[in-house]
Design a protein around this ligand. Sequence first.
Ligand code: FPP
Length: 234
Amino acid sequence: MPIDGGSAKIPAHIGIIMDGNRRWAKKRGLPAIAGHRAGMKALEKIIDNANEFGVKYLSLYAFSTENWKRNPLEVEGLMGLFRLYLKDKVERLCARGARIRFVGKMDAFDGDIREGVREAEEKTVRNGAIEVIICVNYGGRQEIVDAVNRLIAERMESPVTEDAVRSKLYAPDIPDPDLIIRTGGELRMSNFWLWEGAYSEYYFTDAYWPEFGGKELQLAISSFSERERRYGAT
Ligand code: FPP
C-alpha cells in the first residue's frame, strides 16, 4: 500500500513504545489484562502493516526492566501472554517470511519461556521480509551498563570509544531506529533505545496502543517523511 502516493520516505527501522493498554481497558470497565490482550492483537496487525509498507526492522517495547514492579497478577498475566505469543503466533510470523528476535535480559524469565524464545529465533533466522524485534525485560540504561561491563571483562584498553560500546550492545547488527513512535499520550522515552535512539525522529500520538492500526502507522510515516534529518550538522 503506497503512502503519500508512493513518494513517502519509509523508515528502515521503526521502534514502538506500546503504551496505554490499561487505560484502554479501564475506559471499557475491563481488567488490565484485557488491555494487554488487545495490545497483543494490535501488535500482530502492526507487523503485517509495517511489512506491507516496506519497513525492514520493527522493534516493539513489550516489557521493561521496571515492569516487574507491577501488581504480581498483572506480571503473571503478561508472562501468560508472552507464552501464548511464543506458542501460537510465531508460526504465523514465519509463514509471512518474518524473522523474530527478542532483545533484553532473558535470564530473568522462566526456562520454558527462554526455550520458546530460542526456538522462535532459530526457526525464523533465515527469513528476510521484515525483522521483528521484541524488547522484553529491556532497559536502555541496563543495556549500556552491560556493554561497559563486557568491555571491562575483556580488559578493553582505554580510552573506550563509541564504536567499542556499540559493539557490545544487545543487537549491534540492527540499524538504529529512524523513527520511534509512542502511543498513549505521554511524551517520554521511558528507557527505550537510549543509545540507539540518539538521532531518531519521534512521533507521539494520544491513541492508546490497542487503537493504533495501519492508518495511524501511515500518519506516523508521513510525518517522518516530511522531516529533514541533520544529525547535528547544519
Ligand atoms: C504499556 O501499557 C504496555 C505494556 C507494559 C505491555 C505491552 C504488552 C503487549 C502489547 C502484549 C504482550 C506481548 C508480548 C509478546 C509479551 P500500560 O500497561 O503501561 O498502559 P497504561 O499506560 O494505560 O497504564
